[in-house]
Design a protein around this ligand. Structure first.
Ligand code: MTE
Length: 323
């Protein structure tokens, strides 16, 4: 195993540069008829998502009411751009995994909540959704590879799930885990990766208002390639922290090691907060490519969410919170 070589290949910026311009559809074409987050694309390419929505018992709950407290400084990424440019290594180490990801079976889906909690439990995704305060939020997503999107997520705050889980005071971190099934996800047959995908947050991060458990996007249940039926959205952190298709949430005492930290310990850390002034070891983080326009714009500290989260890191600025 040669984790650094694999890592270099996986995050290679060159790959982005090579993305054919045809992948970035004409923006005017895309925005025509794309008014609201709840707009469902009429053009081709959406059929898999629509079929999934029809089978999904939670589909009738959408769209969720938008929480207007979360505003954006730019247009939403059109659904057909977002749904065909994804990182989901379980289905391949490139961006065009949307077809392969349709093999993901999203029902039945059970979430295990364990570790330092009053009472460990298993709960079906639809029972969980029925207990949570549902809302839609417009969020940015900044990938560590220096591209970005803006997405209408549907879900509930991680904070409400933490309250539901009743962690003990000894819990210091939350550890998240993706499913493990290589018969369904061929990428998990690549034994040099440390499957299953794992992520972690401090308790303070997990209970910050911005941390969102996502069950849907664009006004309907999550398309499989986005990490159905349950993923995280942490808009102030690089996108790799937003773990997909979660099956287990554990409350723990020790800082969990995440997937990319294990693959590339010299390049990826636990916190991974967005900072344009701290470059990746192999490329600049000063700007980002807005996926649906192809234009480069300056990257903002904490991806523009400093007001909500900077306080979490008071006194830690000199430490490893930027990668
Ligand atoms: N979660 C899992 N389980 N597997 C992955 O490969 N990729 C991460 C994150 N969550 C990933 C994951 C990365 S690197 C990014 S940038 C985002 O998902 C991408 O989310 P998107 O495909 O919805 O844009």
């Amino acid at each position: 195993m040669a984790p650094n070589i694999i890592c270099r290949k996986s995050w290679e910026l060159k790959g982005l540069e090579e993305t054919p311009e045809s992948a970035f559809l004409n923006r005017r074409q895309l925005m025509a008829g794309f008014g609201a987050a709840t707009a469902i694309g009429a053009a081709g390419g959406f059929s898999a998502g629509l079929a999934q929505a029809a089978e999904d018992p939670s589909a009738k709950l959408y769209p969720f009411k938008r929480n207007e407290a979360f505003v954006l400084d730019r247009d939403l990424t059109p659904e057909d751009v977002n749904s065909t440019y994804n990182n989901f290594y379980e289905f391949g180490s490139h961006k065009q995994i949307s077809k392969a990801a349709q093999a993901l079976k999203v029902r039945p889906w059970t979430l295990t909540i364990d570790g330092l909690v009053e009472k460990p439990m298993e709960i079906g995704i639809d029972d969980l959704i029925a207990k949570m305060p549902l809302e839609e939020r417009l969020y940015r997503l900044r990938c560590v590879e220096a591209w970005s999107m803006t997405i209408p997520w549907s879900g509930f705050s991680l904070k409400s799930l933490v309250e539901f889980a009743k962690p003990l005071s000894s819990a210091k971190f939350v550890r998240f885990e993706t499913f493990l099934d290589k018969s369904m996800a061929s990428g998990q047959g690549q034994s040099w990766y440390p499957w299953p995908y794992v992520e972690g947050l401090t308790m303070a991060e997990a209970t910050n208002d911005l941390a969102l458990m996502v069950t849907g996007a664009y006004g309907k249940p999550l398309a499989k390639q986005y990490g159905a039926p349950l993923r995280l959205a942490l808009p102030w952190k690089y996108g790799f922290k937003s773990i997909k298709s979660i099956v287990k949430i554990s409350f723990v005492e020790e800082e969990p090691k995440n997937f990319w930290q294990v693959v590339g310990p010299n390049e990826y850390g636990f916190y991974a907060n967005v900072n344009p002034e701290v470059n990746h070891k192999r490329w600049s983080q000063a700007t980002e490519r807005v996926l649906h326009t192809g234009k480069r714009v300056p990257t903002l500290l904490y991806n523009g969410y400093g007001e909500q989260v900077a306080g979490l890191y008071a006194g830690m600025e000199d430490q490893k919170i930027w990668y």
